[in-house]
Design a protein around this ligand. Structure first.
Ligand SMILES: [Mg+2]
Length: 229
């Protein structure tokens, strides 16, 4: 399966993001009743989902549930924490995805990360701000590869678009070549809880952001553009 493919050179800095975006991820296949949907129509559906505002309203529905949860739990535990994924959870890659027909090149992905110009996803930014007001510590746990330049671009991008404070920003070690992001993400959440926090909410756009425990509640944002194992 393509999950075995690891990026090299510049793409390595993006770790799993680049694998999925560039090479295509190991997607679990569904039982099909007929021929698969035409790829161009599927892409047109994504554009319509964005342009109609439906994607945004689906994101708001998830964020609203997360905020209700945060409001209920923030005062109920000692050191409440919110865990946020970055790509297509906190910041949107839709523009570069769409421009490239939903298959951006390595160069596209690297450039966007280093420039740090991805826009914020409003419902997540709102949830982030609400959590801070409630005294909840925010931790970013991202699959982006942990290099100096990626970290600098990521910090710049987060700050530029309203994410100005956090407890910790975890990026995935580039030496971590496992095909799934789950073990890395679980280990980071475990470390947060070991530091004395209770993760009252964990938000991500991939199930691999959310699987494996170490959070009281999981909030899955819709992302029809790609799949990360
Ligand atoms: Mg993501």
């Amino acid at each position: 399966m393509s999950a075995k493919i690891r990026p090299s050179g510049t793409a390595a800095i993006l770790a799993t993001t680049a694998v999925a975006v560039v090479a295509g991820a190991a997607v679990p296949s569904a039982a099909l009743a007929g021929p698969p949907r035409n790829l161009d129509f599927a892409k047109a559906d994504i554009v319509a989902y964005q342009n109609s505002g439906e994607w945004l309203s689906d994101r708001w529905a998830v964020a609203t549930r997360a905020q209700r949860r945060i409001a209920r739990r923030a005062d109920a535990v000692e050191n409440p924490a919110l865990v946020l994924d970055i790509d297509d959870t906190s910041l949107s890659s839709y523009r570069i995805q769409r421009r490239s027909g939903f298959r951006p090149s390595e160069a596209d992905v690297v450039r966007s990360v280093l420039r740090g110009t991805l826009p914020a996803i409003g419902p997540t930014l709102d949830t982030y701000r609400m959590a801070l007001r409630e005294g909840v510590a925010v931790f970013f746990v991202s699959g982006r590869g942990n290099t100096r330049s990626v970290r600098a671009g990521t910090v710049r991008n987060l700050r530029r678009h309203g994410y100005t404070r956090w407890e910790r920003l975890d990026l995935r070690p580039v030496s971590d070549t496992r095909s799934s992001a789950v073990p890395y993400k679980v280990a980071r959440r475990k470390a947060i809880e070991r530091d004395g926090y209770t993760i009252i909410a964990n938000m991500g756009d991939q199930w691999s952001d959310l699987r494996g425990g170490f959070s009281e509640a999981r909030f899955k944002l819709p992302n029809p553009m790609y799949y990360l194992p």
